[in-house]
Structures are given as structure tokens and as C-alpha cells.
Design a protein around this ligand. Structure first.
Ligand code: BES
Ligand code: MN
Ligand code: ZN
Length: 522
């Protein structure tokens, strides 16, 4: 199921003269006391809106304030222009207080562009005249606006059998007003944003697809087909190959379902070998997580269709890598299984021989993600990697510790720091977490090399247990980071900024940022 796409281009014509259905401008909220005599709720127009304001004879901010505009983040106030400018509608998007002496942060622009494009659904063609700096920060700002617009324009196609008359179609075409539309750096940012946002949208589509339609074999087919089209190397291990290959963790989790497990490997080889570094990306692909024999409560279980968000992010990021051609080798590993309770399920008490040869004592079949990831990680290390990033909706403990927006990062300290920096740059916040010795000690097993979870099952350091377990399967010479996205992988609230309901596409943009970082800096 694919969502309709939004197209994007740059323009350098006067925004007041653009033949579009709506023009978006930025407004800041007024901080401090208004000057004597000034209207109480005065707004500040952001740069980019000058010619629009001029056409309104200086009455634009006053009118917007009367319509309720405060300039708060996420707010969009629409105004009929009635011939003052070419576009029939002006939409003022709130940017919050104006930062002193600086342009708005990229994430502020990304969210504003997303909120505006979302609010303008129904308008086929929209232009954005947002404040863009003209210094060294210009590319990051433009990238943010472009990504925000394309992602705010996302809508999952869905499954309704009848057309929805009241439903306004997502914006089809976005123009971004820039000082020079022919500028090569700006053009490169648009090209990159299209590939990156395309990947985010693909990962959202996969996450939003109903779990009866996306089981391991069909998920593997969808990823493999898209990857082949993109020119990636593709290898799919089916259940027979997995069994023969000794992937005990993937087989154990997958054996309870009639839809058998898969391991998809995607390979991007840079021209001339790139900079010689090898990056491995690993993503959890549980197409549905019932918990298995350790079954989950019914309430909210449907959201476990998103338990393949990590694999979706890795698969989609690989598609963008194929398009962007970074100077570094990148390989994606997507272990896929459906975690079901049945007469053939794995059970608490089972001891599983993993791909690495280590033996794991199963205590809770709901801790299935680490079982399939351990095998994929061991395989990635065996193939050879300098850096390994693994991402998964791994633990409810991540949500308890860091909430629904901030991912937890565990692994090699310097790489965790790089993930945090990438998260800051992309607006996908991620926070480093420790891997304490006592948590590992608590996972000592009476019978096997390690227990899958803390043997007393008290859930202390719940998120950390996941990281500690995965560490056992990473080769000592590989720098690694585990990114737990249980919260930020899926958005169950109302749309906000460039996030729509459902799959968020986190951490596709972080992974792509890291690949660029390693391509440039090793
Ligand atoms: N997929 C879940 C984690 C999850 C929870 C993701 C909420 C998104 C939102 C994972 O497989 C799981 O069930 N984890 C257990 C681990 C426990 C059994 C050690 C959990 O979080 O309770
Ligand atoms: Mn689970
Ligand atoms: Zn799970």
C-alpha cells in the first residue's frame, strides 16, 4: 500500500506574485511587553513575508492577530487574500519566539513546514515563503523546510472502500521560495530531501500497512522488490535457509506462526570502494507481536503492527542510500518474524542455540525482538563491519524512561554520542544510556550462557537489559549502537508538525545522517 507523493521545487519569483493556491509565511510570537500604543497581541512577521506584508498595506499582522494568531509553534491561521496577492490564501504558520540574532532552528522550520502543508490539505499547489538564512546555515534550513513539507504532506492510503467526500487531498506540489532557485547547493538539498523524505514515507507506509497484509514473506517481498529496483544487492533467506544456516533465534520466534520468518540482506557497494569503511544497519522486523505464549493484554495490542518499524527504517534508508550514493559501503539486515502463540511456538524455558553459537534461555516469549536481532547482528559482524547501527521497537522500558519522542541509545560510547548528534541535526532526538554490569549479572542463566531477560523478571533497567543482551552478539572489533525506538517509532496521538498518525519513519533520517557522517569523516 503506497501513499500518494508530493512534488517539490524551488522558486525565486516574488511570493506575492506566485500562482499557487496558498502561500505560507512565518510569524513569531511577540515576547516581552508590547510597546506603548502597539496592539496587545502583536505578532512579528518572519523574513520571507515582506512582499506579502507590503501588499496588505501594513495590516497583515494586525489582521492575523484578530483571527487568533499568536505565533505559537504548530499554529496555522489562514487568511483570504481577495486579490491583494496572486495566491487566494495566505497561511501564517507559528514559529514561536524569534531567536535573538539567529534564524529559527532547522527543526522549528521542519515542523512549521510540516504543520502548514498538513493544514493546507485540499490545496493542490502551495508555496512556502519561510525565513531562510543566507549564511552557512542556509543548506540545513532549506533541507529542514523541504523535509518538513514532504513529510507533512504524507497520508497513508488506507483501506476505506468508499471515497471520502469530505476528505481533502494532501498537497500535491510544494514550491519553496529561495533567493536563487538556480543555486547548485540549494538544488542538491532538494534532491537529497526528496530521496530522504521518500524513504521516510516508504517506512511509514510499511508500518501503517495492516499486519494481516504484511507478514514476513510479503514484507520480505516488498523490501526485496523495492531494493532490486533501486539497484541494491538483495539476498533473502527463507525458513529453510534460516534453519540450515543455524539462525536459532529467528527460527524460534518465527516457528509459532504459519507465516514463516525471513532474513533480508541488502547491499550497497560504493563506486571505487568508497572510503573503505563498512556500515551495517540492522532493524527489528516483527510484523506482529502478540507476545507469543507470554501473551500481551488485549488493550493496545493492535499497535504491535508497528513492531517492524526498525526493519522498515533500515529497508527504507537503504533505498535512499542507493539513490544518494554515499562514499561508504552500507549493508542492511532485516530479520522478520511474526510472534504468535500456537502449538508450535517457542516457550518459556526453551534453550535456543543462536547463530553465534551462544545458548540463550528463554524466560519470556515477549522478549522476541532481541532473539531475532541477535542472529542478524552476529551475521552482520561475520560479514564484516566497522560500524553497526541496530534499531528496534525493543522495550516498553524505553517509553517509561524517555517517553514517546526520545529514543534510547546503548553501545560503544563514542558511537552513541554520534547517534545523539545525528539526532539533534535531524530532529530525531536520541539519548545515550548505560550498559551496567549488574544488569548483565541479573541475566546470568542457571542452564544456558545467558537469559533472555532478568531472571527475576522484575523489569528493573528494562531498556538496558535489551542493550546488554544484544551486546553479547556484537564482535569486539565492531563499534555499535542500539537505538530503541519503542516510543518514537509510532505516533498514536493527533498529527503534529510533520508527524502524522501512525508510523513516524524514525530513525530513517538519523541513519542517513550517520551514513553521510561516516562517508565524510570515517
Ligand atoms: N515490541 C515490544 C516492545 C514495545 C512495547 C514496543 C511498547 C512499542 C511499544 C517488545 O517485543 C516487548 O514486548 N518487550 C517487552 C520486554 C519484556 C518481556 C522483557 C516489554 O516491553 O514489556
Ligand atoms: Mn514482545
Ligand atoms: Zn516486540
Amino acid at each position: 500500500m503506497t501513499s500518494p507523493r508530493t512534488t517539490l521545487s524551488l522558486v525565486d519569483t516574488d511570493p506575492a506574485e506566485l500562482a499557487v493556491d496558498a502561500i505560507v509565511i512565518g510569524v513569531h510570537s511577540q515576547t516581552g511587553e508590547p510597546e506603548a500604543g502597539a496592539p496587545a497581541a502583536a505578532l512579528l512577521l518572519a523574513s520571507g513575508a515582506e512582499s506579502i506584508a507590503a501588499a496588505f498595506d501594513g495590516k497583515l499582522t494586525e489582521t492575523l492577530a484578530l483571527l487568533g494568531a499568536t505565533g505559537g509553534p504548530g499554529e496555522v491561521i489562514k487568511l483570504a487574500t481577495l486579490g491583494t496577492v496572486t495566491a487566494p490564501v495566505v497561511a501564517a504558520v507559528g514559529l514561536g519566539p524569534e531567536p535573538t540574532g539567529a534564524a529559527p532552528a532547522p527543526e522549528t522550520l521542519r515542523r512549521a513546514a510540516g504543520a502548514a502543508v498538513r493544514a493546507l490539505a485540499g490545496a493542490p499547489r502551495v508555496a512556502l515563503a519561510l525565513p531562510l538564512p543566507d549564511d552557512a546555515d542556509a543548506p540545513a534550513a532549506l533541507r529542514a523546510v523541504a523535509e518538513g513539507a514532504l513529510l507533512g504532506g504524507y497520508r497513508f492510503a488506507g483501506y476505506k472502500t468508499k471515497p471520502q467526500p469530505a476528505r481533502r487531498e494532501p498537497v500535491g506540489e510544494v514550491l519553496i521560495a529561495v533567493p536563487d532557485a538556480a543555486d547548485a547547493t540549494a538544488g542538491a538539498e532538494v534532491t537529497r530531501a526528496q530521496a530522504v523524505a521518500g524513504a521516510v514515507r516508504t517506512s511509514r507506509d510499511w508500518v501503517n500497512t495492516a499486519p494481516n497484509e504484511l507478514r514476513p514473506p510479503s514484507f520480505a517481498d516488498a523490501v526485496a522488490t523495492a531494493a532490486r529496483e533501486a539497484g541494491l544487492g538483495v539476498e533473502v533467506l527463507d525458513e529453510e535457509a534460516l534453519r540450515a544456516g543455524g539462525y536459532g533465534g529467528i527460527i524460534a520466534v518465527g516457528q509459532g506462526s504459519e507465516a514463516p520468518p525471513r532474513l533480508v540482506k541488502l547491499t550497497y557497494t560504493p563506486e571505487g570502494g568508497g572510503n573503505g569503511k563498512r556500515v551495517a544497519l540492522v532493524g527489528k522486523g516483527i510484523t506482529f507481536d502478540t507476545g507469543g505464549i507470554s501473551i500481551k493484554p488485549a488493550q493496545g495490542m493492535w499497535e504491535m503492527k508497528s513492531d517492524m518499524a526498525g526493519a522498515a527504517a533500515v529497508g527504507a534508508a537503504m533505498l535512499a542510500v542507493a539513490a544518494l550514493k554515499p562514499a561508504v559501503a552500507v549493508t542492511g539486515y532485516l530479520p522478520m518474524a511474526e510472534n504468535m502463540p500456537s502449538g508450535t511456538s517457542y516457550r518459556p524455558g526453551d534453550v535456543i542455540t543462536m547463530y553465534s553459537g551462544k545458548r540463550v534461555e528463554v524466560l519470556n516469549t515477549d522478549a522476541e525482538g532481541r532473539m531475532i536481532l541477535a542472529d542478524a547482528i552476529a551475521r552482520a559482524c561475520e560479514d564484516g563491519a566497522d560500524y553497526l547501527f541496530e534499531t528496534s521497537t525493543l522495550t516498553g522500558g524505553q517509553v517509561i524512561a524517555l517517553g514517546k519522542k526520545i529514543a534510547g541509545v546503548m553501545g560503544s560510547p563514542e558511537l552513541c554520542e554520534r547517534v545523539k548528534v545525528a539526532g539533534e541535526a535531524t530532529g530525531e532526538p536520541a539519548w545515550p544510556m548505560p550498559l551496567p554490569d549488574d544488569v548483565r549479572k541479573g541475566m546470568d542463566s542457571e542452564v544456558a550462557d545467558i537469559s533472555q531477560v532478568n531472571a527475576v523478571m522484575d523489569r528493573a533497567g528494562h531498556m538496558l537489559q535489551g542493550g546488554v543482551f544484544l551486546r553479547e552478539f556484537v564482535s569486539p572489533d565492531v563499534s555499535w549502537a542500539h537505538i530503541d525506538i519503542a516510543g518514537p517509532g509510532y505516533h498514536s496521538g493527533e498529527p503534529t508538525g510533520y508527524w502524522t498518525k501512525g508510523g513516524t519513519g524514525v530513525p530513517v533520517r538519523t541513519l542517513l545522517h550517520l551514513v553521510d557522517d561516516i562517508a565524510a569523516n570515517g
